[in-house]
Design a protein around this ligand. Structure first.
Ligand code: ADP
Ligand code: MG
Length: 344
């Protein structure tokens, strides 16, 4: 079974009979009615030593902040504001207290920066390595929540920021090439200490411009496939529109990688992926400017299903390639060549 099949199996067994539940399994957060105007948003993410981080090059303070960022990213992806957090710590008995204190400082700083209060958790010994789960509870105005399921044929597909940076940063760190070039700082920072786009998510929620939204954690190919499946639509992406930075191209040249592959399949960028009607184009560019982020239209939502990547041939014609679910999967048996998170 792959990751998607495991989650689908659990979803099929879970009862959804509570009248307060607006959305259960299948979106970035569960959505529960709070009062007439507001909803609770609930999400949880785990990081495991050797899977999500390598102690050899991940400074503990940055890891603590990253745990907060990857969680609040899911709250931002629905247009909400993080409010509370619960922390579960699994620590090897041999842990170093200076390492733990730096990790805890990063976590506390992250919570403060995103406006979220740590209110509880659990602490246990772990026989194998360090693992940690954060649960974050957020809130949003009910009518401003943006689900994965709202994309409509004819919408434009948008992403914030630049794609593939985290995958490239990880590759540079693994090969000890992170100081080999002039401008690799943003790539390395994207893997070690990403910034969740919570402010942008809230602005999009308030604007009412986006039909569907999620954050990019498993790579564009897989995450857009999730969004399309939840919306009952397909998507066509233009390779030449992908926001690929010069530093990414330089990192790919240095490591023998393909920058387009990083942009399409690389995980952990924690940028926002959303769809909006074509007439919102100008207002979205302006909204991005107000939030200090570049927003890029990269394709269109289509009838049917599947995600297709279009590339231009030298003669001006286009070729199309299906890329559905070609990003990161924790349970893929043969992950060779897939950039993104560290493989188990
Ligand atoms: P994200 O990448 O946004 O964190 P995931 O791919 O981890 O989302 O999860 C997709 C959906 O499946 C979410 O609604 C999440 O809550 C749910 N989910 C994932 N794992 C489990 C699980 N073990 N039990 C129940 N629900 C799960
Ligand atoms: Mg998500």
């Amino acid at each position: 079974m792959n990751e998607r099949q495991i989650i689908d199996h659990i979803a099929a067994l879970s009862a959804q009979g509570d009248g307060r539940l607006i959305k259960g399994i299948g979106d970035d957060c569960a959505v529960v009615a709070k009062d007439g105007r507001l909803v609770w948003l609930l999400t949880m993410d785990t990081i495991i030593e050797g899977v999500h981080f390598d102690l050899a090059f991940h400074p503990p303070e940055k890891l603590g902040r990253k745990l907060v960022s990857v969680n609040v990213s899911d709250i931002g992806a629905m247009g909400g504001q993080p409010v509370f957090a619960l922390l579960s710590l699994g620590m090897p008995k041999t842990f170093e207290s200076f390492w733990f204190k730096a990790f805890a400082k990063g976590l506390a700083d992250g919570c403060r920066e995103y406006g979220c209060l740590l209110i509880g958790g659990d602490t246990v010994a772990s026989p194998q390595g360090f693992n940690c789960t954060l649960t974050v509870i957020g809130e949003a105005v009910a009518e401003q929540v943006i689900f994965r399921s709202g994309a409509r044929p004819g919408d434009m597909v948008w992403v914030s920021g630049s794609l593939g940076l985290a995958a490239a940063g990880l590759e540079l760190l693994k090969r000890k090439l992170d100081r080999a070039g002039g401008d690799f700082g943003p790539l390395v920072a994207k893997h070690l200490d990403p910034i969740a786009r919570v402010g942008l998510g809230r602005c999009l929620g308030e604007s009412g411009l986006a039909h569907a939204m999620m954050d990019l954690s498993d790579g564009l190919a897989t995450d857009l496939s999730h969004l399309c499946k939840q919306s009952g639509v397909g998507a066509r992406i233009a390779a030449w529109e992908l926001p690929i930075s010069p530093a990414l191209i330089e990192a790919a040249r240095l490591t023998g990688a393909d920058p387009e592959q990083w942009a399409v399949c690389g995980g952990e960028d924690y940028e926002l992926l959303f769809t909006a009607p074509a007439e919102a184009h100008g207002r979205l560019l302006e909204l991005g400017r107000q939030c200090g982020l570049t927003l890029t239209p990269i394709g269109t939502v289509t009838e049917g299903e599947g995600v297709v990547l279009r590339r231009r041939r030298a003669d001006g014609t286009c070729e199309e390639q299906g890329i559905a679910y070609q990003g990161y999967d924790h349970f893929r048996r043969c992950p060779a060549g897939k950039p993104g998170r560290m493989q188990p």
